[in-house]
Each structure stands twice: as structure tokens, then as C-alpha cells.
Design a protein around this ligand. Structure first.
Ligand SMILES: NC(=O)c1ccc[n+]([C@@H]2O[C@H](COP(=O)([O-])OP(=O)(O)OC[C@H]3O[C@@H](n4cnc5c(N)ncnc54)[C@H](OP(=O)(O)O)[C@@H]3O)[C@@H](O)[C@H]2O)c1
Length: 260
């Protein structure tokens, strides 16, 4: 598999580069970073701590995608549209884990998926996929007596809130129990909790990679369904596994559950 990495010098991009190199059967062919990046023009292997591999970081997207079967993207929302446009034109499959996408970025994902295989997932771990299924099951089985609230915790440098994973879990709750309204915090004299409310709350601090807790509060008992990421490689491995699965697939917007 010939792989390009977008957001190559970020925390996730470097993990992808390192694991791809260590895999032995993935050839890294492109490493795309922001034009303002101080690491522009550096060997991506050196940056990722695996030694020189002969692929230098560049900011030109079409050149970075040359020869790639698939590109893995962990960048920022505002960077993904040019990537998706280029991948669509150059027929390069896309695995994107970038969160906080708005309507424009989602439309670009759909447009790219009309020409190439695209996977987008706010959390690339199999554990979170299973958690979402467990949450939907629990919400259905416990019924309307139970109040649902979601708390996520991430490192102090995370730029978006709530996390894409918290929103993914909220979607699982909505699918199982339609009609809930979301709130992102409470302050002041807000009154008693309405039955149809669900808070999604973000904590930020330190170097927490990502914790998600779905609370189900019932009369006289409560459940807490928890996922804790303890190593960023977890997401990188999921993205690489997804990339292996979509190379050679036809155009379409795939869910992680379709490919893992
Ligand atoms: N789906 C998942 O499983 C998962 C897991 C972890 C993280 N994420 C998401 O993945 C994204 C990245 O996370 P991270 O922790 O790796 O963040 P990060 O360390 O900030 O990395 C993002 C990288 O993208 C770069 N970038 C910005 N604009 C670019 C452009 N136009 N072209 C190419 N690269 C560009 C940034 O460069 P500058 O710093 O120079 O701007 C930075 O190096 C976030 O949205 C995060 O929420 C998803």
C-alpha cells in the first residue's frame, strides 16, 4: 500500500508515519504539512523518530498525493477541503479522522466520496465503535426513566469541543431515543433537569489522550459506560487498518464499522 499522510507533522500524523514505516509493507510516498510549518522540508522519518526514509514534508497537496493509493488525514477542519478536492481529482482514497467538520467540509467529504472511497470517523478505535453499540443498546433497554449525560476529557491543547467522539456517542443515544435536546453545559438558575435533555460536557487538562463516560442515571441505580484511550497509537492503528480495507474499494462514504 502506498500511503500519503496529511497533517503529517502533527501528533497523529507522526504516529501514522512511524507505524506505517514499522509495518514493513506500507510505502510512505507523501507527507503533507501546513505551509507555515517550521518542519516543512524535513524528512518525515526523522521527525517521526524512525530515521531517514527519503520522504520530505511539503505543503503542496497534489504533489504530496502523487503515487498514493490512500491518504490518511489528521489535521484541522479548515484544511480538509483542499485535500478532499485533490484526492477526488487524483483518485486517491481517503481516511480522515479530523474532527469539528462543518457543513462545507461534510459536503466536500460527500463530493469526494462520489469519486473515491472515503472513510471518516471521529474516533478510529474499535473500542469506541463497540461502546457506541453498547450505549444504544443500554439506552433502549433502560427506557425513559434513565437520564443520559456524556462527559469527555482531553489534553489541554485540543482545539475543539465537545470531541467528535462525544458527538458520535450522542448520535448513538439519539438513534436509540429520538427527541432528546442537547446542551453543552449548565450555569445559573436553570431549573430542574428536563426529561428530554442530554448534556455533553467537555473537560480539558494535562495530557489526557481521551476519556469518554456515558452516564445513565436511573431511579436508585446508575450505569457508567467508559472508554479510556491510553495511547495515541490506538487511533493511528485503526486509521491504518481502515486504509488497508478501502484501497481498491469503489467510491462511497464508509463508516468505520464497514471497514474494521
Ligand atoms: N478520529 C480519531 O480517532 C482521532 C484521534 C485523535 C485526534 N483526532 C483529530 O485529528 C485531528 C488532529 O489531531 P492531532 O492531535 O494530531 O492535532 P495536531 O497535533 O494539532 O496536528 C494537526 C496537524 O495538522 C496540520 N495542519 C494544519 N493545517 C494544515 C494544512 N493546510 N495542510 C496540512 N497540514 C495542516 C497542523 O499544522 P500546524 O500546527 O502548523 O497548524 C498540525 O501539524 C484533530 O481534529 C483531532 O480532533 C481524531
Amino acid at each position: 500500500m502506498k500511503l500519503a499522510v496529511f497533517g503529517a507533522t502533527g501528533r497523529m500524523g507522526l504516529a501514522i508515519a512511524r507505524l506505517a514505516h514499522e509495518s514493513g509493507d506500507i510505502q510512505l510516498v507523501g507527507a503533507i504539512c501546513a505551509g507555515s510549518d517550521p518542519n516543512l522540508g524535513r524528512d518525515i522519518g526523522e521527525l517521526a523518530g524512525v530515521g531517514t526514509i527519503g520522504v520530505v514534508t511539503g505543503a503542496d497537496v497534489p504533489s504530496g498525493l502523487l503515487g498514493a493509493d490512500v491518504v490518511i488525514d489528521f489535521s484541522t477542519a479548515k484544511a480538509v477541503v483542499p485535500l478532499l478536492d485533490a484526492a477526488k481529482k487524483q483518485k486517491v482514497a481517503v481516511v480522515s479522522g479530523t474532527t469539528n467538520l462543518g457543513e462545507v467540509e461534510r459536503a466536500a467529504l460527500t463530493a469526494a466520496a462520489s469519486k473515491v472511497a472515503v472513510v471518516w470517523a471521529p474516533n478510529m478505535s474499535r473500542g469506541v465503535q463497540v461502546l457506541a453499540e453498547v450505549v444504544a443498546h443500554a439506552v433502549k433497554r433502560l427506557g425513559l426513566d434513565f437520564d443520559v449525560e456524556i462527559v469527555e476529557t482531553h489534553h489541554r491543547r485540543k482545539v475543539d469541543a465537545p470531541s467528535g467522539t462525544a458527538l458520535r456517542l450522542a448520535r448513538a443515544v439519539h438513534d436509540a431515543r429520538p427527541g432528546l435536546s442537547e446542551t453543552y453545559g449548565r450555569q445559573g438558575e436553570v431549573g430542574a433537569r428536563p426529561d428530554d435533555e442530554m448534556a455533553v460536557v467537555a473537560l480539558r487538562g494535562g495530557d489526557v489522550i481521551g476519556d469518554h463516560v456515558v452516564h445513565l442515571f436511573g431511579p436508585g441505580e446508575r450505569l457508567e459506560l467508559i472508554h479510556r484511550a491510553t495511547n495515541r497509537d490506538l487511533f493511528a492503528r485503526g486509521a491504518i487498518a481502515a486504509a488497508r480495507q478501502i484501497v481498491g474499494r469503489g467510491p462511497g462514504l464508509y463508516e468505520l464499522s464497514d471497514v474494521l
